[in-house]
Design a protein around this ligand. Structure first.
Ligand code: L34
Length: 294
Protein backbone atom coordinates (compact mmCIF):
# COMPACT_ATOMS: atom_id res chain seq x y z
CA UNK A 1 0.00 0.00 0.00
CA UNK A 2 2.80 2.37 0.84
CA UNK A 3 4.25 1.70 -2.57
CA UNK A 4 1.00 2.68 -4.20
CA UNK A 5 0.84 5.90 -2.21
CA UNK A 6 4.29 6.96 -3.36
CA UNK A 7 3.38 6.08 -6.93
CA UNK A 8 0.31 8.29 -6.84
CA UNK A 9 1.62 11.33 -5.06
CA UNK A 10 5.22 11.25 -6.27
CA UNK A 11 8.35 12.26 -4.38
CA UNK A 12 8.67 15.35 -2.26
CA UNK A 13 11.09 17.75 -3.90
CA UNK A 14 14.06 18.75 -1.76
CA UNK A 15 14.55 22.39 -2.68
CA UNK A 16 18.17 23.40 -2.14
CA UNK A 17 17.48 27.01 -2.95
CA UNK A 18 14.97 27.27 -0.12
CA UNK A 19 17.30 25.58 2.38
CA UNK A 20 20.26 27.74 1.32
CA UNK A 21 18.16 30.86 1.66
CA UNK A 22 16.99 29.89 5.15
CA UNK A 23 20.60 29.30 6.19
CA UNK A 24 21.56 32.68 4.83
CA UNK A 25 19.51 34.56 7.44
CA UNK A 26 21.36 32.79 10.24
CA UNK A 27 24.71 33.29 8.51
CA UNK A 28 24.05 36.99 8.23
CA UNK A 29 23.39 37.15 11.96
CA UNK A 30 26.63 35.25 12.67
CA UNK A 31 28.58 37.67 10.52
CA UNK A 32 27.07 40.63 12.38
CA UNK A 33 28.15 39.12 15.71
CA UNK A 34 31.68 38.76 14.38
CA UNK A 35 31.69 42.30 13.06
CA UNK A 36 30.69 43.54 16.49
CA UNK A 37 33.93 41.92 17.70
CA UNK A 38 35.86 43.68 14.95
CA UNK A 39 36.24 40.65 12.67
CA UNK A 40 34.83 40.69 9.14
CA UNK A 41 35.00 37.18 7.64
CA UNK A 42 37.15 37.22 4.52
CA UNK A 43 37.21 34.69 1.70
CA UNK A 44 39.87 34.66 -1.02
CA UNK A 45 38.45 33.22 -4.23
CA UNK A 46 41.05 32.00 -6.70
CA UNK A 47 40.04 31.15 -10.24
CA UNK A 48 42.69 30.02 -12.72
CA UNK A 49 41.80 30.09 -16.40
CA UNK A 50 38.44 30.59 -18.06
CA UNK A 51 36.40 27.45 -17.60
CA UNK A 52 32.83 28.70 -18.25
CA UNK A 53 31.21 26.50 -15.58
CA UNK A 54 33.79 27.56 -12.99
CA UNK A 55 33.09 31.21 -13.88
CA UNK A 56 29.41 30.67 -13.10
CA UNK A 57 30.05 28.88 -9.80
CA UNK A 58 32.64 31.40 -8.65
CA UNK A 59 30.49 34.41 -9.46
CA UNK A 60 27.63 32.80 -7.50
CA UNK A 61 29.94 32.27 -4.57
CA UNK A 62 31.08 35.89 -4.64
CA UNK A 63 27.47 37.09 -4.76
CA UNK A 64 26.45 34.83 -1.89
CA UNK A 65 29.33 36.18 0.21
CA UNK A 66 28.12 39.68 -0.42
CA UNK A 67 24.58 38.76 0.63
CA UNK A 68 25.70 37.66 4.12
CA UNK A 69 28.45 40.22 4.67
CA UNK A 70 31.52 38.08 4.01
CA UNK A 71 34.24 40.09 2.29
CA UNK A 72 35.35 38.17 -0.77
CA UNK A 73 38.53 38.99 -2.62
CA UNK A 74 38.71 37.53 -6.12
CA UNK A 75 41.91 36.52 -7.86
CA UNK A 76 41.31 35.78 -11.51
CA UNK A 77 44.49 34.37 -12.93
CA UNK A 78 45.41 33.47 -16.51
CA UNK A 79 45.57 29.77 -17.41
CA UNK A 80 49.24 30.32 -18.22
CA UNK A 81 50.21 31.10 -14.62
CA UNK A 82 53.05 28.94 -13.33
CA UNK A 83 52.88 26.58 -10.35
CA UNK A 84 55.31 28.77 -8.48
CA UNK A 85 53.32 31.96 -9.01
CA UNK A 86 50.18 30.29 -7.76
CA UNK A 87 51.97 28.91 -4.71
CA UNK A 88 53.38 32.34 -3.93
CA UNK A 89 49.87 33.81 -4.01
CA UNK A 90 48.61 31.11 -1.66
CA UNK A 91 51.50 31.79 0.67
CA UNK A 92 50.50 35.44 0.82
CA UNK A 93 46.87 34.58 1.49
CA UNK A 94 47.95 32.16 4.24
CA UNK A 95 49.74 35.04 5.95
CA UNK A 96 46.97 37.61 5.47
CA UNK A 97 45.08 38.18 8.75
CA UNK A 98 42.01 39.42 6.88
CA UNK A 99 41.64 36.17 4.96
CA UNK A 100 39.86 33.40 6.90
CA UNK A 101 39.11 31.14 3.97
CA UNK A 102 40.97 30.29 0.76
CA UNK A 103 39.08 28.75 -2.13
CA UNK A 104 40.96 27.58 -5.22
CA UNK A 105 38.24 26.61 -7.67
CA UNK A 106 38.76 23.26 -9.40
CA UNK A 107 39.52 22.04 -12.00
CA UNK A 108 42.94 23.63 -12.43
CA UNK A 109 44.84 23.69 -15.74
CA UNK A 110 46.75 20.46 -16.45
CA UNK A 111 50.21 21.92 -15.89
CA UNK A 112 49.34 22.94 -12.34
CA UNK A 113 50.13 20.46 -9.58
CA UNK A 114 46.74 20.37 -7.88
CA UNK A 115 47.83 18.22 -4.95
CA UNK A 116 50.66 20.60 -4.17
CA UNK A 117 48.32 23.60 -4.40
CA UNK A 118 45.77 22.08 -2.04
CA UNK A 119 48.46 21.10 0.44
CA UNK A 120 49.92 24.60 0.42
CA UNK A 121 46.68 26.13 1.66
CA UNK A 122 46.90 26.58 5.43
CA UNK A 123 44.67 23.85 6.93
CA UNK A 124 42.99 26.41 9.21
CA UNK A 125 41.92 28.40 6.12
CA UNK A 126 40.99 25.41 4.00
CA UNK A 127 37.25 26.08 3.81
CA UNK A 128 36.89 23.55 0.98
CA UNK A 129 38.25 20.80 3.23
CA UNK A 130 40.54 19.42 0.53
CA UNK A 131 43.85 19.64 2.43
CA UNK A 132 45.24 16.24 3.46
CA UNK A 133 45.01 17.30 7.10
CA UNK A 134 41.30 17.97 6.81
CA UNK A 135 40.71 14.86 4.72
CA UNK A 136 42.47 12.84 7.43
CA UNK A 137 40.36 14.50 10.11
CA UNK A 138 37.23 13.47 8.27
CA UNK A 139 38.45 9.86 8.06
CA UNK A 140 38.81 9.65 11.85
CA UNK A 141 35.44 11.32 12.43
CA UNK A 142 36.61 14.84 13.19
CA UNK A 143 35.03 17.37 10.93
CA UNK A 144 37.22 20.46 10.85
CA UNK A 145 36.10 21.83 7.49
CA UNK A 146 33.75 19.31 5.90
CA UNK A 147 33.91 19.53 2.08
CA UNK A 148 31.09 21.77 0.89
CA UNK A 149 29.16 19.55 -1.52
CA UNK A 150 28.75 16.45 0.68
CA UNK A 151 28.25 18.72 3.71
CA UNK A 152 25.43 20.35 1.76
CA UNK A 153 23.89 16.95 1.09
CA UNK A 154 23.98 16.18 4.84
CA UNK A 155 22.14 19.43 5.50
CA UNK A 156 19.51 18.63 2.90
CA UNK A 157 18.90 15.24 4.55
CA UNK A 158 18.69 16.84 7.98
CA UNK A 159 16.42 19.61 6.82
CA UNK A 160 14.06 17.04 5.33
CA UNK A 161 14.11 15.00 8.57
CA UNK A 162 15.45 11.95 6.80
CA UNK A 163 16.92 9.46 9.29
CA UNK A 164 20.43 8.24 8.46
CA UNK A 165 21.40 5.86 11.28
CA UNK A 166 21.23 2.24 10.21
CA UNK A 167 19.99 3.01 6.73
CA UNK A 168 21.41 1.61 3.54
CA UNK A 169 23.10 4.36 1.61
CA UNK A 170 24.57 3.85 -1.83
CA UNK A 171 26.91 6.55 -3.13
CA UNK A 172 27.47 6.42 -6.88
CA UNK A 173 30.78 8.11 -7.67
CA UNK A 174 34.07 7.85 -5.77
CA UNK A 175 35.64 11.26 -6.34
CA UNK A 176 37.76 13.01 -3.73
CA UNK A 177 35.45 16.03 -3.85
CA UNK A 178 32.11 14.27 -3.43
CA UNK A 179 31.87 10.47 -3.32
CA UNK A 180 34.58 9.62 -0.80
CA UNK A 181 33.89 12.41 1.73
CA UNK A 182 30.15 11.77 1.32
CA UNK A 183 30.63 8.15 2.32
CA UNK A 184 32.73 9.15 5.34
CA UNK A 185 30.16 11.67 6.58
CA UNK A 186 27.39 9.10 6.26
CA UNK A 187 29.49 6.47 8.05
CA UNK A 188 30.06 8.96 10.84
CA UNK A 189 26.26 9.00 11.20
CA UNK A 190 26.09 5.21 11.39
CA UNK A 191 24.66 4.54 7.94
CA UNK A 192 25.61 1.36 6.09
CA UNK A 193 27.45 2.75 3.10
CA UNK A 194 28.42 1.28 -0.25
CA UNK A 195 30.38 3.22 -2.85
CA UNK A 196 29.86 2.42 -6.52
CA UNK A 197 31.89 3.86 -9.37
CA UNK A 198 32.55 3.65 -13.09
CA UNK A 199 33.88 0.06 -12.83
CA UNK A 200 31.03 -1.26 -10.71
CA UNK A 201 29.34 -4.23 -12.35
CA UNK A 202 25.56 -4.31 -12.39
CA UNK A 203 25.07 -0.90 -10.84
CA UNK A 204 21.31 -1.38 -10.60
CA UNK A 205 21.70 -4.31 -8.20
CA UNK A 206 23.47 -2.00 -5.79
CA UNK A 207 21.29 1.06 -6.19
CA UNK A 208 18.18 -1.06 -5.61
CA UNK A 209 19.40 -1.69 -2.05
CA UNK A 210 19.53 2.00 -1.22
CA UNK A 211 17.21 3.67 1.27
CA UNK A 212 19.18 6.78 0.41
CA UNK A 213 20.85 7.04 -3.00
CA UNK A 214 23.43 9.76 -3.59
CA UNK A 215 24.52 10.08 -7.20
CA UNK A 216 27.65 11.98 -8.18
CA UNK A 217 28.89 10.31 -11.34
CA UNK A 218 28.61 13.04 -13.97
CA UNK A 219 26.60 10.88 -16.37
CA UNK A 220 23.20 12.18 -17.51
CA UNK A 221 20.32 9.73 -16.98
CA UNK A 222 22.60 7.18 -15.31
CA UNK A 223 19.91 6.38 -12.74
CA UNK A 224 16.50 5.38 -14.10
CA UNK A 225 13.46 4.34 -12.07
CA UNK A 226 14.04 0.58 -12.46
CA UNK A 227 17.26 1.04 -10.48
CA UNK A 228 15.56 2.75 -7.54
CA UNK A 229 13.73 1.13 -4.64
CA UNK A 230 10.19 2.35 -4.07
CA UNK A 231 10.20 5.04 -1.41
CA UNK A 232 13.95 5.71 -1.62
CA UNK A 233 15.47 9.14 -1.00
CA UNK A 234 17.39 10.22 -4.10
CA UNK A 235 19.98 13.00 -3.98
CA UNK A 236 21.35 14.06 -7.37
CA UNK A 237 24.77 15.69 -7.18
CA UNK A 238 25.49 15.50 -10.91
CA UNK A 239 25.67 18.62 -13.04
CA UNK A 240 25.77 17.95 -16.77
CA UNK A 241 25.50 20.53 -19.51
CA UNK A 242 23.74 19.09 -22.54
CA UNK A 243 24.62 20.27 -26.07
CA UNK A 244 21.36 22.25 -26.16
CA UNK A 245 22.49 24.21 -23.10
CA UNK A 246 20.18 22.52 -20.60
CA UNK A 247 21.58 21.51 -17.23
CA UNK A 248 20.60 18.08 -15.94
CA UNK A 249 21.75 15.81 -13.14
CA UNK A 250 22.63 12.12 -13.23
CA UNK A 251 19.09 10.99 -12.41
CA UNK A 252 16.15 10.64 -14.79
CA UNK A 253 14.15 13.08 -12.68
CA UNK A 254 10.73 12.61 -14.25
CA UNK A 255 10.91 8.83 -14.08
CA UNK A 256 12.45 8.52 -10.63
CA UNK A 257 10.26 11.12 -8.93
CA UNK A 258 7.27 8.80 -9.40
CA UNK A 259 8.96 6.08 -7.36
CA UNK A 260 11.08 7.90 -4.77
CA UNK A 261 9.83 9.44 -1.51
CA UNK A 262 12.19 12.42 -1.76
CA UNK A 263 14.26 13.69 -4.65
CA UNK A 264 16.57 16.66 -5.14
CA UNK A 265 16.39 18.40 -8.52
CA UNK A 266 19.16 19.74 -10.77
CA UNK A 267 19.45 22.68 -10.90
CA UNK A 268 18.15 23.92 -7.57
CA UNK A 269 19.17 20.99 -5.36
CA UNK A 270 22.70 20.34 -4.17
CA UNK A 271 24.35 23.18 -6.17
CA UNK A 272 23.03 26.05 -4.05
CA UNK A 273 23.93 24.06 -0.92
CA UNK A 274 27.58 23.77 -2.00
CA UNK A 275 27.68 27.54 -1.91
CA UNK A 276 25.79 27.78 1.39
CA UNK A 277 28.27 25.44 3.06
CA UNK A 278 31.23 27.42 1.75
CA UNK A 279 29.80 30.46 3.53
CA UNK A 280 29.23 28.34 6.63
CA UNK A 281 32.83 27.11 6.68
CA UNK A 282 34.17 30.63 6.12
CA UNK A 283 32.14 31.98 9.02
CA UNK A 284 33.28 29.12 11.25
CA UNK A 285 36.88 29.83 10.30
CA UNK A 286 36.45 33.51 11.20
CA UNK A 287 34.81 32.51 14.51
CA UNK A 288 37.76 30.26 15.34
CA UNK A 289 40.11 33.09 14.43
CA UNK A 290 38.20 35.54 16.65
CA UNK A 291 38.17 33.05 19.53
CA UNK A 292 41.89 32.32 19.25
CA UNK A 293 42.55 36.04 19.51
CA UNK A 294 45.62 35.87 17.27
N1 L34 B 1 37.57 24.16 -4.97
N2 L34 B 1 36.16 23.51 -6.66
C1 L34 B 1 36.34 23.82 -5.37
N3 L34 B 1 35.34 23.79 -4.47
C2 L34 B 1 34.09 23.45 -4.86
O1 L34 B 1 33.12 23.38 -3.95
C3 L34 B 1 33.85 23.15 -6.19
N4 L34 B 1 32.60 22.86 -6.68
C4 L34 B 1 32.47 21.87 -7.73
C5 L34 B 1 33.43 22.27 -8.86
N5 L34 B 1 34.72 22.76 -8.37
C6 L34 B 1 34.92 23.16 -7.08
C7 L34 B 1 31.61 23.78 -6.83
O2 L34 B 1 31.66 24.89 -6.33
C8 L34 B 1 31.02 22.01 -8.14
N6 L34 B 1 30.61 23.28 -7.57
C9 L34 B 1 29.36 23.89 -7.83
C10 L34 B 1 28.96 25.06 -7.19
C11 L34 B 1 27.73 25.65 -7.44
C12 L34 B 1 26.85 25.08 -8.33
C13 L34 B 1 27.23 23.93 -8.97
C14 L34 B 1 28.48 23.34 -8.73
C15 L34 B 1 25.54 25.73 -8.61
O3 L34 B 1 25.30 26.84 -8.20
N7 L34 B 1 24.67 25.06 -9.37
C16 L34 B 1 23.37 25.58 -9.76
C17 L34 B 1 23.30 25.71 -11.26
C18 L34 B 1 24.35 26.62 -11.79
C19 L34 B 1 24.32 26.76 -13.29
O4 L34 B 1 23.40 27.41 -13.79
O5 L34 B 1 25.22 26.22 -13.92
C20 L34 B 1 22.30 24.60 -9.31
O6 L34 B 1 21.18 25.04 -9.07
O7 L34 B 1 22.61 23.41 -9.24
Amino acid sequence: MTALKVEQSGAKIIDGKVVAKKMRADQKAQVELLQAKGVTPGLAVVLVGEDPASEIYVSRKVKACEAVGIKSISYRLPATISNEELLVLIGKLNADQNVHGILVQLPLPKHIDMAKVLETIAPEKDVDGFHLYNVGALVVGRQIFPPCTPYGVMHLLEYSDIPIEGRNVVVVGASNIVGKPMALMLMARDATVAICHAKTRDLGQWTMLADILVVAAGVPNLIVSQMVKTGAVVIDVGINRLPDGRIVGDVDFEGVRKKASYISPVPGGVGPMTIAMLLENTIISAQRFAASDI
